[in-house]
Ligand binder design. Structure first.
Ligand SMILES: NC(=O)c1ccc[n+]([C@@H]2O[C@H](COP(=O)([O-])OP(=O)(O)OC[C@H]3O[C@@H](n4cnc5c(N)ncnc54)[C@H](O)[C@@H]3O)[C@@H](O)[C@H]2O)c1
Length: 301
C-alpha cells in the first residue's frame, strides 16, 4: 500500500495511536499534518506539527490556514484526538464533563466542518473517525466518555450518507484496550483506587479479552490506512472493531447469564421450577421460559 504524494490530517498525532498512524502514512509516502496540543517527541521529515486545540474553532481555523499555504488538497482525515476520564456520572465535575465533550465530539465536528468542504470541492476524500469499544457497549464509570464515543458512531453513519454523493467515504475505528500513554494513565489510576499494583490490573484486563492481550497502536494504524486506501473503496458508514474480540464476547456473557438464571431458579426451589415447566407448553421457545422464570424469581425475592 503506497500513499505517495497523498496528504493526510491527523489530530492527536503526537502520542499513541495518532503517532503510530502518522509514522505509518509518512513512511508510505504521505505528507502528514499533525494537529496536537503537545509537541511530538519524534521527528519525521514528512510530518508537520501544528499546535492546535481541536476544541477551539479559531485554533482549528488557524491550523487549516497554514495547511492551505502548503497544499490545496486533503486526501484523508483521521480525527483521532481524544481524552479519557472515568468517574460515576454524579461525581464527575462539570469542568471535566465539558472537557471530554468538547474534545471528543466538538473537536471532531470542528475539524470536519473545515475538511469536508475541501474534500467536496476535490470530489473525493476518506475520513476515519475515532470511536471505541464503548461506541457499542457500556462500562461502569465511563458514561460521559462512552456517550462521546457513541455519538462518534452515529456521526459516522449519518455523515457517510450525507457525503456519499460527493465521493467522500466516512468510517470509524473502534479500538478496545490498546497500550498507549492514555491507557497506562487509566490503569495507574485504577490501581491506585483499588490499592493494587498496575501489573495486577493489566492481567485482570487481559483475562477479559478473548485474544488475551492488549492491542498495539500499530494494529489500529493499519486499519486506518486500509480504510483510507483505495482497497476500501466500497466501504463507508462502518464502525470497525479492533478489540481482540471484546465486543463480540458480550454476547457470550448474555448466554452465560441466562444459564446462571436457570441455576438460581433451580436452587430457589422445585416449586419455581415446576411453575416454569408447566408454562413450557405455552412457551414458544427457550427465551419465553426464561421470561417466566424471571417473573417467578422476582415474586420469590
Ligand atoms: N488507548 C486505547 O485503549 C483507546 C481505546 C479506544 C479509543 N481510543 C481513542 O483513541 C484516541 C487516541 O488515544 P490514545 O490512546 O492514542 O491517547 P494518547 O493520550 O496517547 O494520545 C492522544 C493525543 O491526543 C492529543 N490531544 C488531546 N487533547 C487534544 C486537543 N484538545 N487538541 C488536539 N490534540 C489533543 C494529545 O496531546 C495526544 O497526543 C482517543 O480518541 C481515544 O479516545 C483509545
Amino acid at each position: 500500500m503506497s500513499f505517495n504524494n497523498k496528504v493526510i490530517v491527523i489530530t492527536g498525532a503526537s502520542s499513541g495511536i495518532g503517532l503510530a498512524a502518522a509514522l505509518l502514512f509518512a513512511n508510505k509516502g504521505a505528507f502528514v499534518f499533525n494537529l496536537d496540543i503537545i509537541e511530538p517527541s519524534y521527528f519525521h521529515k514528512k510530518v508537520l506539527w501544528l499546535k492546535c486545540n481541536v476544541s477551539d474553532i479559531s485554533d482549528v481555523q488557524s491550523s487549516f490556514a497554514i495547511i492551505r499555504t502548503h497544499t490545496k488538497r486533503i486526501d484523508y482525515l483521521f480525527a483521532n484526538a481524544g481524552i479519557y476520564s472515568e468517574a460515576p456520572l454524579i461525581e464527575m465535575s462539570s469542568t471535566t464533563i465539558d472537557e471530554i465533550i468538547n474534545v471528543n465530539i466538538r473537536g471532531v465536528i470542528n475539524v470536519l466542518r473545515i475538511t469536508l468542504p475541501i474534500m467536496k470541492a476535490q470530489k473525493n476524500g476518506s475520513v476515519v473517525l475515532m470511536g471505541s469499544d464503548l461506541s457499542f457497549v457500556g462500562r461502569k464509570n465511563s458514561s460521559i466518555y462512552g456517550a462521546t464515543k457513541g455519538a462518534i458512531g452515529q456521526l459516522t453513519k449519518s455523515l457517510s450518507i450525507e457525503c456519499a454523493s460527493v465521493g467522500i467515504r466516512v468510517n470509524c475505528v473502534c479500538p478496545g484496550a490498546i497500550m498507549t500513554p492514555l491507557t497506562k494513565k487509566a490503569i495507574k489510576l485504577e490501581a491506585c483506587e483499588k490499592k493494587e499494583s498496575a501489573s495486577v490490573i493489566y492481567k485482570e484486563i487481559e483475562k477479559q479479552i478473548p485474544l488475551k492481550r492488549f492491542g498495539t497502536s500499530e494494529e489500529v494504524a493499519h486499519v486506518v490506512a486500509f480504510l483510507c486506501s483505495e482497497k476500501a473503496s466500497y466501504i463507508t458508514g462502518n464502525l470497525v472493531s479492533i478489540d481482540g474480540g471484546v465486543v463480540a464476547s458480550q454476547v457470550d456473557n448474555c448466554q452465560y447469564n441466562s444459564h446462571v438464571l436457570k441455576q438460581i431458579v433451580h436452587i430457589l426451589g422445585q416449586n419455581t421450577l415446576f411453575f416454569a415447566h408447566n408454562q413450557k407448553n405455552e412457551a414458544s421457545d427457550e427465551s419465553n421460559v426464561d421470561k417466566k422464570n424471571i417473573v417467578q424469581l422476582r415474586s420469590k425475592l
